[in-house]
Design a protein around this ligand. Sequence first.
Ligand code: UDP
Length: 240
Amino acid sequence: METAKLYEGKAKVVLADREDGFVRMVFKDDATADNGLKRGRIADKGRMNRDISAALFRYLEAHGIPTHYVEAAGEREMRVRRLRMLPLEFVVRNTAAGSLARRLGLPEGQELGRVVVEIYLKNDALGDPLINRDHIRALGLADDGDVDRAIELARRTNDLLRPLLLSCGLRLIDFKLEFGVDAKGEVRLGDEISPDTCRFWDAATGTRLDKDRFRRDMGGVEEAYAEVLRRVDAAVGGAA
Ligand code: UDP
């Protein structure tokens, strides 16, 4: 009863919690890329991503961003508020990389003149297509005000995380956020913030410390996640 599985995704399992209005996310070691075509495991990833996400959610909450975070539990679990998730992925980009670099023919690493926020439809069967506000309105995918609020929170999250991460030598290239609405109708940041969902480049050397090492078979994947955890702990500890 207490451990009823509510949902299983590619990187996390969501379990029911004893208390109504809350759920438990279990972070898995499984890794996927190319919309699920590439599969593997990253040793100890679940624990490291839970720890990185927990530290960043705590920091964001302390700086005025409403999130789903309640507490870290066990080895690789996080207790969170239950949200009605928007079926959207919000990608914030500071520097060209990945699909943006491919789509617009930009070299990876080129600074964007301003912060770019993109919205993708969360739909594996369609390969998470890029969409815009008109698509969301036309298809009735989410409330207009909720999307406005999510975009505002995504920008503020970037404004908070960029200097925090730079203080521990990490350049925040881009990242993906997901938002949901709580029981009171408030939009909150959900999901995770980890090397699975962000691009982090070492500020001094440009070394990639994120899931691109897995996506591109670069090796040193576990070591990169462990390095991010060490640095984030130091930065959040130092900033607390
Ligand atoms: N991202 C993610 N989940 C997705 C797609 C992207 O977490 O389903 C993250 C990815 O880690 C990167 C950012 O969003 O930090 C932008 O990814 P991009 O669109 O460049 O995707 P790519 O095709 O390179 O994975």
